[in-house]
Write a protein that binds this ligand. Sequence first.
Ligand code: FAD
Length: 308
Amino acid sequence: MSAEAILTMNGSNEDYLSLSQVRGRYVFSYELSKMTWFKVGGPAEVLFKPKDTEDLISFFKQKPSDLAITVLGAGSNVLVRDQGIKGCVIKLGSGFSDITFNAKEVIAGAGCLDRTVVMECAAQGLSGLEFLVGIPGTIGGAVYMNAGAYGHEIKDYLNWVEVVSLDGILTRFQSSELSMEYRKGNLPKGAVVVRASFILNEKKPAQIMQSINAYLQQREDSQPVRGRTGGSTFKNPADQSAWKLIDDAGCRGLTINDAQVSTKHCNFLLNLDAAKASELEQLGENVRQAVKEQTGIELEWEIIRLGE
Ligand SMILES: Cc1cc2nc3c(=O)[nH]c(=O)nc-3n(C[C@H](O)[C@H](O)[C@H](O)COP(=O)(O)OP(=O)(O)OC[C@H]3O[C@@H](n4cnc5c(N)ncnc54)[C@H](O)[C@@H]3O)c2cc1C
């Protein structure tokens, strides 16, 4: 069956599900604004929530070759455009949320929230991932983005990662096989992270909690953590801070309707209420232009822009 055939089966999707032998759930025309931190974005033609890794593998093996695939974690680093995403958006849920410990190793499902993993590690007396505590994403997103903060990055602790390729092959990569760099996991194209292993250090839980609380306080003081945002909008150019360049270019507080450059941390864009994705994106482009005119530096988007 072609992708087009599947996506035009509105009303009879259940028939397709029973035929396909996939145990997960499809939701057609799912409004992605419900799932992204910016609270903007049009619909996914179809959202697929696989039951577990085997289900995801089975889906990939049976899917039409022309079906476009996009994977989302917690949607905390993406700007989904207003016309939505064509094809299938995959969201990993509770079947990808196991956390297991083996001495100094923690293995976490890609659907786990970073914060949950950090807290469980703290309870086990395992230290290293505390820097993730205020990053509101999933382990899958963190590995894909090589998330980092306060001088630490995922790659410093990653042991291995398991991914499923678009043709349904499960592969384990040792961290040393990936050339992870600043905000780039450099995974094979289209690979969906399903599990990751980290090697941590032993420490007293109370000491770990102290660092966690300090990181949380630091964020609270410097970032609009409760806003509708996508985190850092632009990557820091070598030896420069994006926020400083943006501030110096006079962009702090700039708005287009309800899209605003945060006054608290000007590398964050905010949806104050009813901003459209197009307004947030245009505001970002205006910031890039202002910084370029002032300094000659071209800021690179860190936020992943998806869709039409
Ligand atoms: C308030 C706030 C603060 C933030 N602070 C930081 C920070 O300090 N440091 C930092 O690095 N980031 C930060 N971020 C950005 C963001 O939280 C991280 O990049 C996070 O790791 C993204 O995870 P996610 O699950 O939300 O991914 P999403 O935003 O859903 O997706 C991001 C990218 O990862 C891909 N992806 C997601 N899951 C998978 C998977 N299972 N397999 C393959 N690809 C996948 C998506 O396709 C997309 O390209 C912040 C964001 C916010 C809103």
